[in-house]
Structures are given as C-alpha cells and as structure tokens.
Design a protein around this ligand. Structure first.
Ligand SMILES: [Zn+2]
Ligand SMILES: [Zn+2]
Ligand SMILES: [Zn+2]
Length: 429
C-alpha cells in the first residue's frame, strides 16, 4: 500500500495517492473539480456574448411566436429579454394579427405542440377577447377539450357537438361538462336545469352534480333554473405603483388595497387587514350598485390561508368579525407577527378597464390583482355560500400576493349584498 500525500491546496486537509498527485499536480479530486469548474466559469464570463434576437424585428406576431418558443439556455449566450410582456403585445394586436396568431396555434396543434397551442389560444381569448374559429375547430378535431375556457364563445354548432358527445364519451365527460359550462348559453342553461331535475345515469360517476360544473365558469342555476352570474363583467386591475410616482397621488382611487385594519383577529391576535376599501360614491365602482359611502372587506392574512373568514359589513365603512366564523380544523400559530407592510409594493387601482377574463386563466401568470371580472382560480372554483342566507356569494375582488410582495397565492373577496356579509378565501399552488 502506497503512502498518501497531503493535498497542496492551502487549507485543504484532504490526502491523495501519489498516482492522483501525478495527474492533478498535487491536489485532491474535490479541489481539482472545483478548479476546473472555476476555469470553465471564467471562460464563460470572458466569452459570453449578449444576443438580442428581437433586434430589427417589428412584427408583433413574429415576436410573440419567438416569446412562445424559448430557446434552450446556452451558457455562452446572454439573451437580451424582450422589453414588453406577451400580455402587452397581445393587447396591441390588430384583427389581422390575431388571425395570424390563431393560424399559428392551428399549426402548433398539427405539430402536436399542444401546450404552446393552448397558451396562444388562451392568450388570444383572455387578453384580446378574440372569438376563436379555426383554433376551436382544430381543438375538436384533435380531441383536445382543455382548457375549457377556450369554449367560452363557441357557437351553437360546437355546442351541439359537445352535448351529443357528453352522453357517449365517459373518458372526456369531465372536460366536456367544463366546456359546456363555459359556453353557458340558453341551451346549456336549459340542459343543466334538466339534469338538476332528473340526473342522467352517468351523473353518479362524477364527483359533483353535472349542473355544479357551472361554477367553474362563474355562474350557477338559480331556484327557477335561470342563469345567475357570480362575478361582475366590469373589471379594473391594480397596478404596481413605482416608488418615484408615489409623490403625485392625484384624486383618491375608487378602491384602496391592503391597509392595516383597526381590529385584531380573534383567532390569532394579529391585526386584521382591510383587503379592499371601496369608495362607493366613486363612478368607477358604480357597477357594484351599492348605496352608501364605504365598503371595507377585511381579512386575517394569516388565518385566511386555512379557511374562509366572514365579516359583517355596513355601507358606512364598518366591519366586524362574523358570528358565523368557524375555526379551521388546522390553524398553526401566527409566528410571522404583523406583516411587514413597508416591504410591500403600493398597489394603485387603474382607471383603465381590463377585459373580464384578463386573469381568468391563472396558468398564464398574468398579474391578477383586480376588482370585478372573473376570478383567477388557482385551484377549483370556490365561491362561498353566504352563512346567513345560504345564497352563493358574488366575487368582488382579488389580491395577487405575487404582485404585492415576495409572496405567492391569491386572496379572493366576496359579498352577499342582501345580508351585507363579506367573505375572503385564499388559494395557492
Ligand atoms: Zn484538496
Ligand atoms: Zn388571524
Ligand atoms: Zn346572504
């Protein structure tokens, strides 16, 4: 057995065989590997080239197709990111350009690049409210029924194909019911009401009654079998306000987001947060059709992560912990203390309306803080029932923590206007 030699790296306590020392110049293998990695890194840094593959390209359709097909990262290439988001580019598309994007999605479906095709089609639908034609046709042709929101404005012909198929296709039944819910026209409402009256044979194999799929598309059947919408079509986004624009507040916004409340949470002792503070006299929130002065929707940012929290509100800005609240089965101690508000971004309600479905498909990761519009469910739709009258509560607003702080998840706020009870729940991935 040969004698081991100490590694020559200063401070290293490793020892090596003479044969290894010959190969490495006297250092141990871990030191050798570190040295090689450092050399490689230095080489990359010296030789890395900045590449702007968008330089000289002005066609938004071409830019979007490039954004939708990212290249494999190459350590020797530093890509200059495109200065605008895909969402911003979609907003600016002309009708002709939207048509070209849809054709591109059809091409992707032919190539069986389903994920990218879906992203393009959902972006067209949510960001530009395009009425899909060939894209939808191709989805049906290739047997793709998800995401169901793509069927939102589908015509009677597509609807009738889905209605026929839902009876005969148990494998896709779940997706077909979701697609029908998104179509949600008079015929679908009639069909769902008929199913509620006398459930089809296949209904027993579903987790929920077939008519309950309507919730995923933001509506439900009322007692008489009519359609009851669970959100407001009017929608205004909150924008992250840059520090340097804070000095010029202008007129007070219609809704302020995330203010420290005056009451303490009876469950954890932390301060309640007023998630949304509405100036009910402001023209921007007239669509709520609420008389009075102020509506404050409060929550406990901690406890709300574990269950729904209800508040009794009035229309003068008052709010109180509701007697209907039930302690969640699992509720860890609030060790975080008071949330560090000063590290949060300031959120400013935009005066420019956004599309109703702008953030409805959460997977697009569009910023989602907003009042009105369709909620951005991360999990299944979860409209709370009013604990007082049992009516499903209407979605009012949502706070996307990814925009607000280095955080994740979305807080969703609801209102029962008859009982003046608010509810807040929370979802994350
Ligand atoms: Zn060593
Ligand atoms: Zn609490
Ligand atoms: Zn109620």
């Amino acid at each position: 057995m040969s004698e081991r030699l100490p590694c020559q790296t200063p401070g290293c306590t490793g020892s090596i065989l003479p044969a290894t020392a010959l190969k490495t110049g006297g250092i141990c293998m871990p030191c050798q590997q570190r040295k090689l990695a450092e050399e490689r890194q230095a080489y990359i840094e010296q030789n890395r080239k900045e590449v702007n593959r968008y330089a000289g390209i002005h066609d938004p359709v071409e830019i979007l197709t490039m954004l939708h097909s990212p290249r494999k990262p190459d350590p020797l290439i530093k890509e200059v990111p495109y200065p605008r988001t895909a969402q911003e580019l979609y907003h600016g598309l002309t009708e002709e350009e939207r048509g070209r994007m849809e054709s591109y999605a059809v091409h992707l479906l032919e190539e069986e690049d389903i994920d990218q095709a879906e992203t393009v089609l959902v972006s067209l639908l949510c960001f530009t409210d395009t009425r899909l034609g060939p894209g939808l046709e191709m989805l049906l042709h290739t047997g793709n029924y998800a995401p169901a929101i793509l069927f939102k404005d589908a015509d009677a012909q597509v609807r009738d194909r889905l209605i026929a198929q839902v009876e005969s296709d148990p494998v896709n039944r779940n997706l077909l019911l979701l697609a029908l819910a998104w179509i949600g026209d008079e015929e679908v409402v009639r069909l769902f009401a008929a199913w509620r009256q006398s459930p089809p044979e296949w209904a027993s194999a579903l987790y929920i009654a077939p008519e309950m799929y309507a919730r995923e598309a933001g509506w439900e059947l009322d007692a008489g079998g009519g359609k009851r919408q669970l959100y407001h079509p009017e929608c205004y986004p909150f924008l992250v306000s840059r520090e340097d624009t804070l000095e010029a507040p202008g007129a007070p916004a219609a809704v302020q987001m995330l203010q420290t409340g005056t009451h303490a949470c009876p469950w954890c002792g932390g301060a309640l947060t007023v998630l949304f503070d509405y100036d009910l006299q402001h023209p921007q929130v007239r669509f709520m059709e609420l008389p009075g002065k102020r509506l404050r929707i409060a929550a406990c940012m901690h406890c709300n992560c574990y269950g729904t929290v209800y508040m009794k509100a009035d229309l003068e800005g008052g709010y109180a912990w509701s007697e209907y609240n039930v302690v969640p089965g699992y509720l860890p101690d609030n060790t975080g203390g008071a949330l560090a508000f000063n590290t949060w971004h300031v959120m400013q309600l935009s005066e420019q309306p956004a599309g109703t479905y702008e953030s409805a498909y959460w997977v697009l990761e569009a910023p989602a803080s907003q009042i009105g519009g369709h909620p951005a469910w991360i999990q299944d739709a979860d409209y709370p029932a009013c604990p007082c009258c049992a009516q499903t509560m209407t979605f009012a607003a949502q706070a996307d923590m990814g925009q607000v702080a280095e955080d994740e998840g979305i807080y969703y706020a609801f209102l029962c206007r008859e009982c003046l009870i608010t509810a807040v729940n929370y979802q994350q991935t």
